[in-house]
Design a protein around this ligand. Structure first.
Ligand code: CA
Length: 222
């Protein structure tokens, strides 16, 4: 989630992150930013300090007071030394001083979105007879292997990380397409059907089960 009132900078950030494969939402004021951030669907907040309606530090403190542990990358102006200190004290994980290089921002984003240490976050995710390679986007079952598109991969990864747990259609939609997209429930159904076709092609015993009116979960067959 990008919370930045300078429209051109927000747009530059959005395009930069998009090119690196991230899905983003953009808010141009602090109140909307807090509202979105509290949804809990984001993996990272890129947060400006000086914002209309609610400043970034108030947003951050409110978010932390509500128990959110989402990583926060603060964007500050050069003159705002006290803001940087206050920002870290308020629960920011890191800050970048404007102007910054795109490469530097991407490195911060990569560092802050590493969910767990490498040791616990292996390249290969497994569930039942399935293996998902997070580097090559290959889905493997026994001797058979298929390549997944980016969206298929993101969806499969979410399902496998939550193997046996139900994911609602809405949470899949928000996680994979973000708030601001025009994607509808229908998109989720379409990608679920792509994945089902691939699972059947792989002769996997893992199935994507539909719970009517609730969502989807991976079921490991015997
Ligand atoms: Ca600003």
């Amino acid at each position: 989630l990008i919370v930045e009132d300078e429209v051109r900078l927000a747009d530059m950030l959005r395009r930069l992150l998009h090119r690196s494969g991230y899905t983003t939402d953009v808010c141009h004021d602090g109140a909307a930013g807090l509202d979105n951030a509290l949804s809990g669907i984001y993996d990272l907040l890129v947060l400006d300090v000086m914002l209309p309606k609610m400043d970034g530090l108030t947003l951050l403190r409110t978010l932390r007071a509500q128990g959110s542990t989402v990583p926060v990358l603060l964007l500050t102006a050069k003159s705002e030394l006290q803001d940087r200190v206050a920002g870290l004290d308020s629960g920011a994980d890191y800050y970048l001083t404007k102007p910054f290089e795109g490469e530097e921002l991407l490195a911060c984003v990569r560092a802050l979105t590493r969910r767990q240490p490498e040791l616990h976050d292996p390249d290969i995710l497994t569930c039942g007879d399935l293996e998902l390679n997070r580097s090559t986007f290959q889905l493997t079952c026994g001797g058979r292997s298929l390549h997944l598109s980016r969206k298929e991969f993101d969806m499969m990864e979410l399902l496998m990380r939550n193997c046996g747990l139900v994911l609602t259609k809405e949470s899949l939609l928000l996680k994979l397409w973000g708030y601001e997209s025009d994607a509808e429930d229908n998109n989720v159904e379409v990608y679920i059907s792509f994945l089902r076709r691939k699972l059947s092609h792989l002769h996997s015993r893992v199935r994507i089960k539909t719970l009517r009116m609730v969502g989807y979960c991976l079921e490991v067959g015997t």
